[in-house]
Design a protein around this ligand. Structure first.
Ligand code: ATP
Ligand code: MG
Length: 387
């Protein structure tokens, strides 16, 4: 009998992955897992790429370390599921030994065996494996076989590197590994939506960088601190990311002075977009991300969005565009940003908010009004004050 080696297998499930893309995906995912475990202080762990899966081999960990390890994988984009397995030789007796020790970890009334054989050079096939291991588990546990809805499913993956035997699959967040797409600049407010928008795009592989406009001293320190904590929470998924802060009140004062009430919000947003675009260009970000959702507030009409978008040429990604508020709230709760977002705070724009914003601004009206402002020098000044 050879040794049974404890090892965690990590699966991803982007079905369209082929050729080079697949290798890039696996390498990126493996690297992100390594980095995340390192940040969590779990140094004694070897991550390898292995035929369509990634494996993590580690020494003996206590319960807390195991929990940290699981939480790390559960928050790494690209992980579809993972399971703590035993790795044995491609030998039916060894597989049986592993299956029995996995089955011994928990009580169950019914079970099933699911064997997948990725190599064809074993002297036994999947069916024979299911039969021998099934009867051994039945004999040892007294439980019944149930192939449709068993309490315990024992998986046996027979590969070139040996057989992986495991039971409990733990779900990861899915998506694509952070860094597989370009950097993108997230316009983050202290609200509910923009953190969720960031999460959605992080999940599709972008590397986030954040920009927040604040009106300190018109707004409190607490609102700045809140945004920092939102970013910290989002960082649990993608790792540490920069947060830029732009003191926006000079621009707001200029707008307050020269722009009719009803156009103020659109004007703030157009200025925000211009500043964001310039920052993005400076730091190599390829798109802007906002938490806008169609019709959610009076200013978020299609027409207004078009006018806002017109201020810049960089793509603006709005992953929440078709979401209902309740779905956004649910998502915010699930990713741990809701409680932070709903702490009372004064937003930079609520302080300078008009009573009745225009819902159907036209580009020509706005461009006419903008002539009263020294747009390019305002943008230049704003860029110089970003920290
Ligand atoms: P959120 O919940 O993200 O604040 P919202 O529904 O309140 O969104 P608005 O306040 O109109 O909508 O803002 C629309 C988008 O503009 C935000 O989702 C965010 O991306 C961006 N934005 C608004 N205020 C700021 C700010 N102070 N700093 C950075 N981005 C901002
Ligand atoms: Mg807001």
């Amino acid at each position: 009998m050879t040794q049974a080696i404890p090892i965690t297998i990590i699966h991803y499930d982007e079905i369209a992955l082929k050729g080079d893309n697949r290798r890039r995906f696996e390498e990126c995912l493996a690297e992100n897992i390594r980095a995340k475990l390192k940040r969590a202080g779990l140094l004694d762990c070897k991550i390898r790429r292995l035929y369509g899966r990634i494996t993590a081999a580690h020494g003996t960990w206590d319960a807390l370390q195991t929990q940290t390890f699981h939480e790390s994988l559960q928050t790494t984009f690209g992980v579809a599921f993972f399971a703590d397995a035993l790795l044995v030789a491609n030998d039916l007796d060894d597989i049986e030994y592993a299956a029995l020790s996995i089955a011994g970890r928990q009580p169950f009334q019914t079970f099933g065996i699911v064997t997948r054989r990725a190599v064809k050079n074993t002297p036994f096939n999947s069916k024979e494996t299911n039969i021998q291991i099934g009867s051994a588990v039945q004999h040892a546990s007294g439980a019944g076989v149930d192939l449709t809805n068993p309490e315990l499913t024992i998986h046996i993956d027979i590969t070139q590197d040996g057989s992986f035997v495991y039971a409990n699959k733990i779900a990861g967040p899915g998506g694509l590994p952070t860094g597989i797409q370009s950097k993108a600049l997230v316009l983050i407010s202290g609200g509910i939506d923009s953190p969720v928008a960031s999460f959605m795009m992080q999940k599709r592989g972008i590397t986030p960088v954040y920009l927040h406009f604040h009106s300190y001293p018109f707004t409190s320190d607490a609102s700045i601190d809140k945004v920092k904590r939102l970013v910290q929470q989002l960082d649990t998924f993608s790792g540490p990311s920069p947060l830029y802060m732009q003191p926006f009140s000079d621009i707001q004062k200029a707008i307050l002075r020269d722009v009719p009430d009803k156009y103020r919000i659109i004007m703030y947003r157009r200025l925000m977009m211009r500043i964001a675009e310039r920052l993005a260009q400076n730091i190599g970000a390829k798109a802007l991300i906002t938490g806008e959702a169609l019709g959610q507030v009076a200013s978020q009409t299609m027409q207004n969005m078009a006018v806002i978008e017109n201020a810049v040429s960089m793509p603006i990604l709005r992953p929440l565009i078709g979401f209902d508020k309740k779905d956004i709230i649910q998502k915010a709760q699930a990713i741990g940003t809701y409680d932070i977002s709903t702490e009372p705070h004064d937003d930079c724009c609520t302080v300078f908010m008009p009573k009745k914003p225009a819902t159907r601004a036209t580009l020509s009206d706005i461009e006419e009004v903008e002539k009263r402002l020294l747009i390019s020098s305002l943008v230049e000044q704003a860029l110089n004050t970003i920290v």
